[in-house]
Write a protein that binds this ligand. Sequence first.
Ligand SMILES: [Cu+2]
Length: 391
Amino acid sequence: MAHGERSQEPYLRTRTVQYYDVHFDKKSVKVNEDFTLVGKFRLMEDWPDAVSLPETVFLSAYSPGPMITRVESYLNGLPARQSFSKLELGRDYEFKLVMKGRVPGRHHIHPLLSIKGSGPLVGPGQWIEVTGNKSEFVLPVTAMNGQKIDNLEFYGISRAMKWYGVWIALAAFWLVFWLVRPLLLPRWIVLQKGREDLLITPRDLTVGIVLGVVTVAITFGGYFYATKEYPYVVPLQAGTGKVDPLPKPKAEVDVKVIKATYDVPGRSMHITARMTNHSNEPLSVLEFSTANLRFVNLQAPGSDKAVSADYPRDLVARDGLSLSDTKPLAPGETRDIKLEASDAMWEVERLVSFLTDVDSKFGGLLFFVDKAGNRTLTEISGPILPTFTAL
Ligand SMILES: [Cu+2]
């Protein structure tokens, strides 16, 4: 049932695409019923050298096989049927995916960004139950010329099969035509005796010419028939789209990582960061999020609402995020704060191969909140060292 999201290297999951504010509107749908996935992602400024830049990017949902169907998809409000080119690092994008149940079962569904050269980078996975019967699945569409297609799932398949039949029959005839005669050795002996003229008879020549004419006639005839029956044909679209990132948020807090360690026996990440509040409001650290794992500071204002009810619980740290001091950062203040994100999730989600990475760095998003509940986020990244001290 799983599909390998945990096997991706930590540098891919913590330093490339950081998803946030992801919502699934349903947990159970019938076959043919729509559900919607919305969310945002930040492309990390500290993009790893080993990963191709998001030059060609395709947005979709990830499921173990074609269990769901994509009905609509949007990136920053633009239809995302095709790939987009040149997404910008350090910027945010907003997506919306409307999907439809196809095969009954319990499926793990993720938002997914496929980056050419790097592969699939997934957001948080939610279990979606699809109920009903596969045989009831239909995908009706209305074509641009007004033609109604009852079920795209089987549209045109019988015609494609007939064409396969025609070409296979012709190929089989040609093969059998030569195979029924004495083959390799007799023909080799004829060659040795210098009687090449016996190898191809006038009948062979006639059949060959007739078959050539028939093949060309079917090809062109089929083409003319198709253009007559379907005068308006849109080819598969191969170009890429362009999309502007969301407006750049004001850099309200400056965060510099001074030291980061991963405590192996304690399953705990410790980050010491120098934070400067450039806003006019006192700000508290609300959340540290990386690779879809969420560590919420339970003492921050509005922390009870930080994680929505539809967010997968297995990605939320039960004890949240601990801070060396929880006093809000006053406007203009600079302070070193130590964050501690401890949970067995690091292990369960196989994010501890910081130890074996050639490039031991981590990344994530740090969210801040003011008294009124307004949120601001900052990218945080830096080198990380594993420590093996016993508890
Ligand atoms: Cu999954």
